[in-house]
Design a binder for this molecule. Structure first.
Ligand code: PEP
Length: 247
């Protein structure tokens, strides 16, 4: 039985004052059935971890370097994230693939490093609008999954987030049938690679314009084990009903 996961990606949003949202979230979900993860910007990691300590909310990073240490100005290693209080890290978000040219191979190496450090790797994949319109959605999902998920991945250390690029921050959401098609496909691909029993353990999150108003219907879709939420994770008042919809 896979435990549902509500993950929030704050992206490049939030300063010290935003920690009040975390306290509010922790207070209103004291013993949730679902797992809750918030990934604030790196500048807030340590204070965020202090804020939620002892609560049901875990903290994660938004990226890490594949190397453990060295001459990589501006980067953070998985060990540094862990040291700052992170339990997980988002890797291969489409904004990083687009803004920083991250490749599947680089994401795979980062995920391997995160897993080796004991962090949960939240590996993001998803097609652009042009790729969907060309009928290539499953081809892209399959190749990104194969290329970005390391051999060391298990359901215990890795979460897959399917995030169609055209649905992120746009208010556009695929149909429930389209979400089901991709999630069922991902489960089958994981099964072909890792075996059916191991594949069954991976949580598959949907991400892209999830809101309190559409969360319940998305969570009812086959093989959707939770959500990766951007905009609606910034305020406890928006994220809280999404968590509740998972429970
Ligand atoms: C995201 O950034 O991962 C995301 C899904 O954003 P939003 O929920 O704002 O579409």
């Amino acid at each position: 039985m896979r435990r549902k996961l509500a993950a929030g990606n704050w992206k490049m949003n939030g300063t010290g004052g935003s920690l009040a949202e975390l306290s509010a979230l922790a207070e209103s979900h004291a013993g949730p059935a679902a797992e809750i993860l918030i990934c604030p910007p790196a500048t807030l990691l340590s204070r965020a971890a202090d804020t939620v300590r002892g609560s049901a909310v875990a903290i994660g990073g938004q990226d890490c370097h594949a190397n453990a240490a060295g001459a990589h100005t501006g980067d953070l290693s998985a060990a540094m994230l862990k040291d700052a209080g992170a339990a997980a890290v988002i890797l291969g978000h489409s904004e990083r693939r687009a803004d920083h040219g991250e490749t599947d191979a680089q994401i795979c190496a980062k995920a391997g490093a995160a897993i080796a450090e004991g962090l949960t790797a939240v590996v993001c994949i998803g097609e652009t609008l042009a790729e969907r319109e060309a009928g290539d959605t499953l081809k892209i999902a399959g190749s990104q999954l194969a290329g970005s998920v390391p051999a060391s991945a298990t359901g215990a250390n890795t979460v897959i987030a399917y995030e169609p690029v055209w649905a992120i921050g746009t208010g556009k959401v695929p149909t429930l049938a389209q979400i089901a098609e991709v999630h069922d496909f991902l489960r089958a691909e994981l099964s072909a690679r890792f075996g059916a029993a191991a594949a069954d353990g991976f949580r598959l999150l949907y991400g892209g314009s999830v809101k309190p108003s559409n969360a319940s219907e998305i969570f009812a879709v086959s093989n959707v084990d939770g959500a990766l939420v951007g905009g609606a994770s910034l305020r406890a008042a928006d994220f809280s009903p999404i968590i509740t919809a998972l429970e």
